[in-house]
Design a protein around this ligand. Structure first.
Ligand code: RB5
Length: 146
């Protein structure tokens, strides 16, 4: 876990409540969090927030981000269109861990209508704490961009 680097978090209205709780949780771990919105439960287009966070990670303004919408599906579709973004939609611990070890995922995507709060916190904690293994996996992730 890199406490030096802030992370950027964004959601639509469907996951606004969970996003707020995740920001509190990540902050409690000593990691600075930038909230990219949305800032209320008023209906919005998830694409706008997905693009904002993904662009920031793609540009290396933030090295890691978290995106949330109702299912996580729309956010992951948006995020993985951006160069250098490797977004992982996860709802189980094994996938989260592997997304870091093998895929060096730099955006974690969660479905606010899919996972409960306690599982979401575990998913986030595991994602923050699990390092990339590198080695043969580095060649593989670099070849995504080629
Ligand atoms: C909003 O109703 C919902 O469509 C959105 O949160 C997300 O699940 C889209 O993939």
């Amino acid at each position: 876990m890199d406490r030096e680097n802030p992370i950027i978090v964004g959601s639509d209205h469907a996951a606004f409540g969970l996003k707020k709780k995740i920001i509190t949780f990540v902050s409690s771990l000593g990691i600075e969090v930038k909230d990219a919105g949305t800032f209320s439960e008023e209906s919005v287009n998830y694409v706008d927030y997905g693009k904002k966070v993904s662009q920031a990670v793609s540009d290396n303004e933030y090295s890691r981000g978290i995106l949330l919408c109702g299912t996580g599906l729309g956010m992951s579709m948006v995020a993985n269109r951006f160069p250098r973004v490797r977004a992982a939609l996860c709802s189980d611990i094994f996938s989260v861990r592997m997304s870091r070890q093998h895929n060096d995922s730099n955006i974690l995507v969660l479905g606010g209508r899919v996972v409960g709060d306690a599982l979401a916190f575990e998913l986030v904690k595991t994602w923050l704490e699990t390092p990339f293994e590198g080695g043969r996996h580095l060649d593989r992730i670099l070849s995504i961009e080629r």
